[in-house]
Design a protein around this ligand. Sequence first.
Ligand SMILES: *[C@@H]1O[C@H](CO)[C@@H](O)[C@H](O)[C@H]1NC(C)=O
Ligand SMILES: *[C@@H]1O[C@H](CO)[C@@H](O)[C@H](O)[C@H]1NC(C)=O
Ligand SMILES: [Zn+2]
Length: 256
Amino acid sequence: MPPSLRHLRFVMILQAFVALFLVALTSSSPVVEKRQTLARVITKCTKPNTVALTFDDGPWVYLYDVSKALIAYNATGTFFFNGCIYDADEAKRVLYAYQKGHQVASHTWSHSDLTTLSWDNIHDEMWRVEQALQKIVGVVPAFMRPPYGNYNDLVLQASAVRNQSVVIWDFDSEDSIGATPAQSESDYDQIISKHPSTILALNHEIHETTAHQVLPYALDKLSKAGYNMVSVAECVGLPAYQFIGSPEIRDSTWHC
Ligand SMILES: *[C@@H]1O[C@H](CO)[C@@H](O)[C@H](O)[C@H]1NC(C)=O
Ligand SMILES: *[C@@H]1O[C@H](CO)[C@@H](O)[C@H](O)[C@H]1NC(C)=O
Ligand SMILES: [Zn+2]
């Protein structure tokens, strides 16, 4: 074989290998990439001078008073709902929060630690709340808070597939871990005295003292410190919902 032909043959073999490699790469990558994409994790607000007050574990009976306190201070709250929210009283509270202009979001269905669950069960926990919010309010949330703030890569992959950001916090009022109202108020005093640019605060609307004592106290101090008290979506500059429609009419599918 003359040298030029040998060279040509070498080039052709090389090209064949490159082509095979590319085929292998493109045929396997869609699945791999989808699973590897991790959802955004939000631990802080980004818009200066904002505070996002968040309320987990409702909708509970104190939701109305939480909303009234927020509105009295020109504040918007963010509610991370979980549980069987189809119950007539609960559905009413969920819709009330939305109609008062607060952000409604998912705290997943049965308050399980998502890091202990399989891929399918994580999706199930998330999907049930999204579907319920779509029926009750007419929106699909763009934000979710994992119970206990616990997440792993599988949870972040599932959240990415479901087009949701994962919201944690950078300030805990400690109302869910046994703090007295005085301790929670002192926690708020301490953070406000440092005057950080932003605060993303964890609270629980199921505690009577959070609704009636700590929240009004914190709102007064935060507004005197000059903060804008906005939703999580607004404090990070992202849309609150993936989809916005209208509430559906209750039917037999509204059950747990
Ligand atoms: C109410 O809050 C919004 C959003 O933070 C802010 O833009 C507006 O200036 C506030 N209005 C009053 C009267 O404080
Ligand atoms: C994903 O969510 C964003 C809002 O966060 C929304 O604008 C967009 O339409 C959603 N994409 C899909 C495919 O639902
Ligand atoms: Zn919770």
